[in-house]
Ligand binder design. Sequence first.
Ligand SMILES: [Zn+2]
Length: 292
Amino acid sequence: MSDFKFIEIPNENQWVISAPKRARRPESKKKTGCVFCPKEDPNNIELEKYRIGGEKGDPHWKIRVIQNKFPFAPIHDVVILTPEHVKHLSDVNVEQVRLGIETYVNRYNTYKKDGNVTIFGNAGQGSGESIGHPHAQIAVTPQEVALTVPRLEKEVSYRGEHFVVGEFELICPPYSQWPDEVWIIPQERGKTFGEVSYKEIESLSYVWHRIIKIFEIRHGHTFPHNFYIYPFSDWYVRIIPRAKIPGGFELATGVFVNTQDPHETMSFIKEHFAEAEEKKIRKNRAKYRRGV
Ligand SMILES: [Zn+2]
């Protein structure tokens, strides 16, 4: 039997992936060591698809992409975001985040002809993560499998909840389903993620890293969260802290009860972004005074 099967829910235009073999995924708490650390076991080398840094078999890499051993799609990769066994994306530097995003773009463009490319991440306990080493995943699903993922509005009209940083706009939509969710939207709209510019990649790395650090103030280090990159035209990144578990009503109706005011989330982000900018300016001034 294949590892997975796509099944359409009758009369719903919604799909289910049946993948019972995934129940055998390794648990991160096992004492056998971490399969994403750079010890390069022969199995992992076989599964390697792409890397930044070092030749195949060389443990001195910066980013690695390997095939998921427990796939739920015809192409299902794992992007190992750092060789260091750290807890969270906030523990790596912005340059490493940039290499990760560069890898997503590369893989998106490699796979776009094969189906819908969804890039997503589960970080921290309670997010769906099974191995506690910073990583993301890429799943390419057949075109006919309908994905129900919210589209960006043509005009962003709720000016109270937005904030411009570099090439991007941060938004906490009034219709947020999850407490503290935030959308990162490129100022230049209408492109797919594969068309992102180098300048945008740089700007996005900084913004993404900052958002995680800011949410750590509120939810603690290694707080559980998910992200995804919208797979179609007019791309965006949505970051969702998992501060709540959907209840019976949400499961029954698909209607979410959000216990957090998105306006407040945006104020919190703005306040702490401003702090970081202020620190940067002070540091630069000090440098200037020292004549560095
Ligand atoms: Zn590890």
